[in-house]
Design a protein around this ligand. Structure first.
Ligand code: RUQ
Ligand code: CUA
Length: 663
């Protein structure tokens, strides 16, 4: 599917190139993007030195979140979020499997789109990063202390959870909006009766300021449009949330034609403070539902799933004055709010001009009741009464806008493959720069807050075509780094990304570095129910056909390392504790024929995998992480006897039962 889409775009884009910048062009204005002489210096981070910023770039259809340094573009870590990751054992270990539980069962994959960092007083604070899953609607919270996924909550009554996961300026809420209109609640009905019968759920998840835990506080049952993207108000517009909509036609087939009929769609303006108040006073209706709420307990190194059976639903008609529609140029994609909170920008991807609305005008229009009818009872504000102005002919296919501290917006144009810098007040284009090619989102660290950190801009491109060494039919997708501190955009660097880089979130490195935990992970803090504190406590226990191995690992052996009495047909649980306490000394473990991934176990932690031996024999297990000069010696054996054999359970290290001998 992706390939088909790509080739369609490729065709269009190739045509453009032939005119302006053929890939083979070498000199002058080549597609190197006129790199200035000192670009190399600007991105060079000398060996042993640190980058100035972190960039958390969504992994798109990989389901993960990748961590890069800026300006170097170096990849530090891929944080597993919505997909199983054999490198980290995520979604394979017994402890992490509950993280991927949903009302549809265990889902091993997700499609991640928009990371957003928590904020305090309108600035990114580095506590958590949130990211949405589009396919099986979910939102995840990742701790920026541990760089691990700590929580995943499913979003009921939603489908294509795209207008997510954006955070209000004090992290009061993280918001999720359904991209696809669906029956609410889901039910069996003819598809072509969609119009007027489907709905669009906008969910507001309250964030506990201590733990970060999310709770679906309320869901607004909106008309059955598609809700594409969203951003919170800030500063003067704090308390409001804005969602772009398309398919206000409510078409259910051949969407590329039928959902592009209306000249204008809407931005939905939601006064969440008002709805919060309504809910606090007992408003809304509890509706039965079923969704998974998965949380990670860092002391026990174990996740659990809770099943939620109810959600509080708010009908727009019950909270008059809380929701309005702002007419916006055709099929908007991005919906962005500038750092002052005054300008709301709709990127009408099928329109020749971009829509800039004014928050001040919006309030006035509401006061004056300057409405143009309503849609399903929600007042539509008169276009002229809310519109600040239009940015005329900025480029083709505007998608997303971010901001600097100097009153400028930077917008990506998918079709004309460029980033355009423009002044919001004057509605004048200041500069434009080619990108390679077909840019989607862009990111300025903090560019979606009151205080952008506006030295760098990262453009994330869907297509790279000839920019890298070829790698078969699929070539990499990539990011491009710009210096935006001057009047003109300066292209500094290309770097490839994991999966499709949708959105990204960036932050000054120092904020995260200051949050990093100590470098010692004490065994005594290990609260895992199957954890052990020393080799003396290691043992093997049979319970019917389950065999539980309480094992330890330390440079460079396992305890026990010889185990007998396991039989074909048993289910063997390896509960393995890493006795190392110093950071950066993980060990790994894997067992021949185990139907799971290896486990990479961090210092002081316990992790479990299961093995169901199918064949009689003496089978080795080993450490998968090169941990010391004697790593190759870090191994052990399990003897597997036939079903029904009476070889008793035994376990030894160097011929002795661990703990029966002084250590
Ligand atoms: S999308 S390229 Cu955020 Cu999923 Cu706009
Ligand atoms: Cu432990 Cu290799």
């Amino acid at each position: 599917m992706k390939t088909i889409i790509k080739s369609i775009f490729l065709f269009a884009i190739t045509a453009t190139f032939l005119v302006s910048c053929a890939p083979s062009e070498k000199k002058g204005k080549s597609n190197k993007g006129a790199i200035a002489g000192n670009a190399a210096e600007k991105v060079y981070v000398a060996p042993g030195e640190h980058d100035s910023h972190y960039a958390f770039i969504s992994g798109g259809f990989s389901g993960q979140l990748a961590v890069y340094g800026l300006p170097s573009g170096r990849l530090f870590r891929v944080i597993p979020v919505f997909s199983q990751d054999p490198e980290k054992g995520y979604g394979y270990s017994e402890e992490t499997k509950p993280m991927l539980q949903t009302s549809h069962g265990f889902i091993p994959w997700g499609d991640s789109h928009h990371p957003d960092i928590s904020q305090t007083k309108g600035s990114v604070d580095g506590r958590w990063v949130f990211i949405n899953e589009n396919n099986t609607p979910r939102i995840a919270r990742i701790s920026l202390k541990t760089f691990e996924t700590e929580e995943i909550i499913e979003i009921p009554n939603s489908a294509g959870n795209h207008s997510s996961s954006f955070v209000t300026e004090n992290s009061e809420y993280v918001v999720a909006g359904t991209r696809f209109a669906v029956p609410f609640p889901q039910r069996d009905m003819p598809i072509d009766e969609m119009k007027g019968n489907f709905s669009g759920a906008l969910s507001f998840l309250k964030i506990d300021q201590e733990t970060g835990h999310m709770n679906i506080e309320f869901q607004i049952k909106m008309p059955g449009f598609n809700y594409d993207l969203s951003h919170p108000g800030r500063g003067k517009s704090h308390g409001w949330f804005f969602f772009s909509t398309y398919n206000t036609e409510e078409a259910n087939t051949l969407m590329e034609v039928n959902a592009s009929q209306n000249d204008k769609d809407f931005i939905a303006a939601i006064n969440w403070k008002k709805i919060e108040e309504y809910v606090a006073n007992g408003g809304g209706k509890k509706m039965p539902t079923n969704y998974a709420h998965n949380t990670w307990n860092d002391d026990e190194h174990t996740a659990k799933t809770e099943w939620k059976k109810e959600v509080l639903v708010v009908e727009p008609k019950d909270v008059p004055g809380a929701i309005y529609f702002l007419p916006t140029a055709k099929s908007p994609h991005g919906c962005d709010v500038d750092p002052t909170g005054e300008y709301i920008i709709g990127n009408g991807k099928l329109a020749a001009a971009m829509t800039v609305h004014s928050f001040t005008k919006m309030l006035k229009a509401i006061e004056d009741k300057a409405f143009d009818g309503d849609a399903y009872g929600i007042p539509i504000i008169k276009f002229d009464a809310v519109n600040y102005g239009m940015l005329e002919n900025p480029g083709l296919g505007p998608l997303h806008t971010e901001f600097d501290t100097r009153g400028n917006g930077y917008t990506t144009f998918f079709i004309s493959s460029e980033v355009v810098k423009w002044n919001i007040k004057d509605l004048k284009v200041i500069d434009r720069h080619k990108v390679y090619y077909s840019v989607g989102h862009l990111m300025i660290p903090g560019g979606n807050s009151q205080t952008p950190d506006d030295k760098y801009l990262v453009a994330m491109n869907k297509i790279t075509k000839d920019r890298y060494l070829p790698t078969g039919p699929e070539v990499c997708q990539s990011a491009q780094l710009f210096d935006i501190s001057g009047e003109k955009l300066e292209l500094l660097l290309d770097f490839p990304t994991i999966g499709e880089p949708h959105y990204a979130a960036g932050i000054s490195a120092q904020i995260i570095k200051d949050l990093q935990p100590t470098k010692i992970f004490k065994l005594k803090d290990n609260k895992h129910p199957y954890g052990v504190k020393s080799e003396a406590e290691t043992k093997v226990v049979r319970k019917g056909n389950e065999v539980h191995i309480y094992m330890t690992m330390i440079r460079s052996h396992f305890s026990p390392d010889n185990i007998e009495g396991v039989k074909v047909g048993d289910k063997v649980f390896f509960h393995v504790t890493n006795l190392e306490q110093d950071y950066d000394v993980p060990h790994g473990i894997s067992m021949i024929g185990a139907n799971t991934s290896e486990l990479l176990i961090m210092p002081g932690r316990t992790t479990t995998f299961t093995w169901e031996p199918k064949q009689v024999g003496v089978w080795p297990f080993y450490c998968t992480d090169f941990c010391s000069a004697l790593h190759q010696e870090m191994q052990g054996y399990v003897r597997v006897s036939p079903k029904g054999s009476n070889v008793p359970i035994s376990f030894t290290l160097d011929g002795d039962i661990p703990g029966e001998e002084e250590e």
